[in-house]
Design a binder for this molecule. Structure first.
Ligand SMILES: [Cu+2]
Length: 475
C-alpha cells in the first residue's frame, strides 16, 4: 500500500514537472484545413511557437440547393479553418480582415486563458490585421468565434470554428479524423425557398431557425461529399456546435460511439449513443466501423435533420460481416390499423402556374419543402431508407402511378433501379396544382424523362381513388 501511494505521488510529481513549464523551442506556421478535413496529428514532443494566420472574409455561398447566403467566415469556410496546436505551445495569432469585408470582426478562442479569449485584442477593421499571443495551457477541443457586436448575428452568419489543443502525449491514434460543426441559421424565407436569403434578426431572437446545418450547407456531407472509411478502421469526429442558439443531440445512425470525450473534456467515457454538444461547445467521438453501409450523422432532434438540413453521411466500404449485422432475414405484413396509409394533415394553398417553366419553379419550392426531407435535395434518396427520384426507373415508367403515390402514399416492397425498398411514404396533402407542379419539376430534373404533369391529370387520378401500385418499374 505504502509503495503504491509513493508511486502515485511520484507520477503526479513527474506530471507537473514536465507540464507546460517547458519553454517553447522553434517556430512553425500552423497548417489550417477547411472542413471536413483536419490537420495531421502533432508529432513534436516539446512546445513550440506556432504562428496562426487566419483571414476573415464575407462571401456569398450556397446554403442549400438554389439557396444562397452571405456568410461571414474565418478562412473562407463555415465552420472556419481547423487549427491544431499542442499543450504548452505559444500561439502567435494574426487575424486578418479582408479589404472587401463590410464589417469589423474579432476572435474569441475558448482555448485562451485571458480576457475575452482574445476578443478585445483582436478587433480588426476591413483591410487591417491584429496580432496577439497566448499560451495553450489546457488541452481540449475548443470553439472559437467572432465576438463583435451584435455577437449573436456574427455567429449566426457562420463566424465560428474549432481549435484542438492536443494533450502533451497526443490523442490515441485513429485511422481517420474529420471535422463536423453544427450551426443554426435564420433566413427571411422558409427552408428551401430559392434565391439569396438575408439574415432575419427577429427569427434569431425567437430562436426559430429555418436551417440547422452541418458544415454550413444542406448536403455538405452527403452524396459524393460524404465522409468515408473502410470496414475495420477507427474514425474520430471532432464535433463542434457554433449555435448561436441550439444545443445539438449529436448521433450517428447505425453506430455506437466507443469513446466520447464529453464536452471535449480530458477523460473519455465509453459506449455512448448520443452526445450533447452545447452551443459554444464541442465533443470528440471515436468509433470503429465494423460493417459496410451508410452511417447517417444527425442532430437527433430529428426535424432538424430531416427538415432543416442537419444530416450528413459516412460511407463505409468493405466486406459484410453477418455476425455483426444480418440485414433483413424475414418479412411479413403487420397492419393493426388496417391497410390504409395515413395521410399527413395540413394542405397548403396552391400556387397556380401559367407556363410550364413557372410550373417547374413552383414545383421546385414544393419539392424543397415537402419531398426533400426524405428523397433529399439532390433527388438521390438515402440507400435503404428513401428511394431515389433521380433517374428512377420506377418513377419514369408511369406518371399516373407517380400521381397516385404522391396523393395516396405508398407502402410495401418496391424495386427502384434494382434496389428493394420496403417502407412507408405517407400520402401528401397537396392540391391538384401542387402535385402537377412538383411532379413536373421532378420529371424535369436529374436525367428524368421530362414528362409534364397537368392538374387535370391529377384531378382524374384523385377521383379514381387509391390503388395499390405495382412494385416494380415494369407493369
Ligand atoms: Cu464578426
Amino acid at each position: 500500500m505504502i509503495f503504491r501511494r509513493a508511486q502515485i505521488v511520484l507520477v503526479m510529481a513527474l506530471a507537473t514537472a514536465c507540464a507546460p513549464s517547458a519553454k517553447p523551442t522553434g517556430t512553425e506556421t500552423a497548417v489550417l484545413t477547411a472542413p471536413p478535413q483536419v490537420p495531421p496529428p502533432i508529432t513534436r514532443r516539446q512546445p513550440a511557437t506556432v504562428v496562426v494566420n487566419l483571414e476573415v472574409s464575407e462571401r456569398t455561398m450556397p446554403m442549400a440547393d438554389g439557396v444562397e447566403y452571405t456568410f461571414w467566415t474565418f478562412g473562407g469556410t463555415v465552420p472556419g479553418s481547423f487549427i491544431r496546436v499542442r499543450q504548452g505551445d505559444l500561439v502567435e495569432f494574426h487575424l486578418n480582415n479582408h479589404p472587401s469585408s463590410a464589417n469589423p470582426h474579432n476572435i474569441d478562442l475558448h482555448a485562451v486563458t485571458g480576457p475575452g479569449g482574445g476578443a478585445s485584442s483582436s478587433v480588426v477593421a476591413p483591410g487591417h490585421t491584429a496580432t496577439f499571443r497566448f499560451t495553450a495551457l489546457n488541452p481540449g477541443l475548443y470553439v472559437y468565434h467572432c465576438a463583435t457586436a451584435p455577437v449573436g448575428m456574427h455567429i449566426a452568419n457562420g463566424m465560428y470554428g474549432l481549435i484542438l489543443v492536443e494533450p502533451e502525449n497526443g490523442l490515441p491514434k485513429v485511422d481517420r479524423e474529420y471535422y463536423v460543426m453544427q450551426g443554426d441559421f435564420y433566413t427571411r424565407d422558409p427552408f428551401g425557398v430559392a434565391g439569396h436569403q438575408p439574415f432575419d434578426m427577429r427569427k434569431a431572437i425567437r430562436e426559430e431557425p429555418e436551417y440547422v446545418l452541418f458544415n454550413g450547407a444542406a448536403g455538405s456531407l452527403t452524396g459524393d461529399k460524404a465522409l468515408s472509411a473502410q470496414v475495420g478502421e477507427t474514425v474520430r469526429l471532432f464535433v463542434g456546435n457554433g449555435g448561436p442558439n441550439l444545443v445539438s443531440s449529436f448521433h450517428v445512425i447505425g453506430e455506437i460511439f466507443d469513446r466520447v470525450y464529453r464536452e471535449a473534456g480530458s477523460v473519455p467515457d465509453a459506449n455512448i449513443q448520443t452526445t450533447l454538444v452545447p452551443a459554444g461547445g464541442a465533443s470528440i467521438v471515436d468509433f470503429k466501423v465494423e460493417v459496410p453501409g451508410t452511417l447517417i450523422l444527425v442532430d437527433h432532434a430529428l426535424f432538424r435533420a430531416f427538415n432543416k438540413g442537419a444530416l450528413g453521411m459516412l460511407t463505409v466500404t468493405g466486406a459484410q460481416d453477418s455476425s455483426v449485422f444480418s440485414g433483413r432475414i424475414a418479412e411479413g405484413i403487420y397492419q393493426p390499423e388496417g391497410g390504409t396509409v395515413q395521410v399527413m394533415p395540413d394542405a397548403k394553398a396552391a400556387a397556380v402556374a401559367s407556363t410550364p417553366a413557372e410550373r417547374r419553379t413552383f414545383g421546385q419550392r414544393t419539392y424543397q419543402q415537402t419531398c426533400a426531407a426524405c428523397h433529399q435535395a439532390d433527388g438521390r434518396g438515402i440507400v435503404g431508407a428513401f428511394p431515389p427520384l433521380a433517374g428512377s426507373d420506377y418513377l419514369n415508367a408511369d406518371p399516373t402511378r407517380a400521381i397516385q403515390i404522391v396523393l395516396f402514399g405508398l407502402s410495401g416492397p418496391v424495386t427502384v433501379n434494382g434496389q428493394q425498398y420496403n417502407s412507408v411514404m405517407p400520402g401528401q396533402v397537396l392540391s391538384d396544382e401542387d402535385v402537377a407542379n412538383v411532379l413536373s419539376y421532378v420529371y424535369s430534373q436529374w436525367g428524368n424523362a421530362g414528362t409534364a404533369v397537368t392538374p387535370e391529370q391529377v384531378k382524374k387520378v384523385r377521383a379514381a381513388g387509391p390503388v395499390r401500385p405495382t412494385s416494380t418499374a415494369a407493369h
